[in-house]
Design a protein around this ligand. Structure first.
Ligand SMILES: [Zn+2]
Ligand SMILES: [Zn+2]
Length: 351
């Protein structure tokens, strides 16, 4: 089978490997779609995120083609979403509390990120059916949209974990796929004024289309905080601010300029840059800094249900679908270039 293997920054190679044979408690799926995640792009640009040598791809929808012994939950022909680990084999303290998204064993066991090969391949071996997020794609849901679970559900979890309440004013920093998802979900959830920040102005139209009432390029303002207070008309910043970029300058803008005293900044984006925030400038305002990481299986099921009944539609996040052979040039390399005009690129390895 063809697969794309990560050897290190700017070194992803197409290889031919034998199709894996599913053993006890395992499944083999033919990959229908796999999303190119920001994590893949960051790993393509810099070392230290994904360890070589690994088949990339952790957001996959595929069709079951072979079933290992002891697997009763799935049948050949089922189309399933293959996500990160769910409750771990050791039932660790996080999993015992139901916080499977912060399972202490989760990251290394995520296919395409940790020790297991992922979905940039014609076939994906699901290593451990009982401990992997595997959900049948329901009737009425298109696989091309189901595979967006890894971006939409990140925003979904961040909003559910936040103090957001009906009628709150919100700021979203970032117009990538997670920021756009957050905008649409906050609109669905009844936000009052939705202000979005994005330096790439080619994204402003789609941010408005997803529900932002105001879209600002923070770089165009000497004092973007004053502009936000002016729009809100409250004299203070937003009730809840969602940071969906993971850059230091974005987080500093969120904390220092966008949030009201006593409000919350929800950190969804994660990056490697150190921060230079003086606590004396935000502690006296009792700013609540809260982190949010990925999502739970329950949230993914809810996402699919909302999609099946037509309450959400994220189809326009997908800006291109490419062949596996093109995953470097038309995928990782292209997404590494600023101003590429892309939101979410999917690979269809079996097409
Ligand atoms: Zn991802
Ligand atoms: Zn665990």
């Amino acid at each position: 089978m063809k697969c794309a293997v990560y050897y290190g920054p700017r070194d992803v190679r197409l290889e031919d490997r034998p199709i894996p044979e599913p053993g006890s408690g395992q499944l083999l799926v033919r990959v229908d779609y796999v999303g190119i995640c920001g994590t893949d792009v960051h790993s393509y640009q810099m070392a230290g995120i994904i360890s070589p040598v690994r088949v990339l791809g952790h957001e996959t929808v595929g069709t079951v083609v072979r079933i290992g012994s002891g697997v009763k939950e799935f049948a050949v022909g089922d189309q399933i979403l293959c996500g990160p680990p769910t409750r771990c084999r050791e039932n660790c303290p996080s999993c015992r509390r139901g916080e499977t998204n912060i399972c202490i064993n989760g990251f290394p066991r995520t296919a395409g990120i940790g020790e297991l090969d992922g979905g940039y391949a014609e076939y994906l071996l699901v290593n451990d059916v009982r401990h992997t997020m595997l959900i049948k794609v329901p009737a009425g849901v298109n696989a091309r949209e189901a595979v967006l679970f890894d971006v939409v559900c990140v925003a979904f979890h961040g909003i559910r974990k936040s103090r957001f309440r009906l009628g709150d004013n919100v700021v979203i920093s970032g117009g990538g796929s997670i920021g756009l998802s957050a905008i649409a979900l906050l609109k669905l959830a009844g936000a009052n004024k939705i202000i979005a920040l994005e330096v790439a102005e080619d994204k402003h139209d789609i941010m408005r289309a997803y529900g932002a009432d105001y879209v600002l390029n923070p770089k165009r303002f000497d004092d973007v905080g004053a502009k936000i207070r002016d729009i809100l008309g409250t004299g203070v910043g937003a009730d809840v601010v969602f940071e969906c970029v993971g850059r230091a300058d974005s987080l500093e803008t969120c904390v220092m300029q966008c949030v009201r005293p006593g409000g919350q900044v929800m950190l969804i984006g994660a990056g490697g840059e150190p921060l230079s925030l003086a606590t004396a400038r935000f502690v006296p305002h009792e700013i609540d800094l809260q982190c949010s990481f990925v999502y739970t299986e329950d949230e993914v099921r809810t996402y699919l249900e909302l999609m099946a009944v037509g309450k959400i539609d994220f189809s326009t996040l997908v800006t291109d679908v490419i062949h596996l052979e093109d995953c470097v040039e038309r995928g990782l390399e292209r997404l590494s270039r600023p101003g590429n005009g892309q939101i979410k690129i999917l690979i269809a390895p079996s097409a």
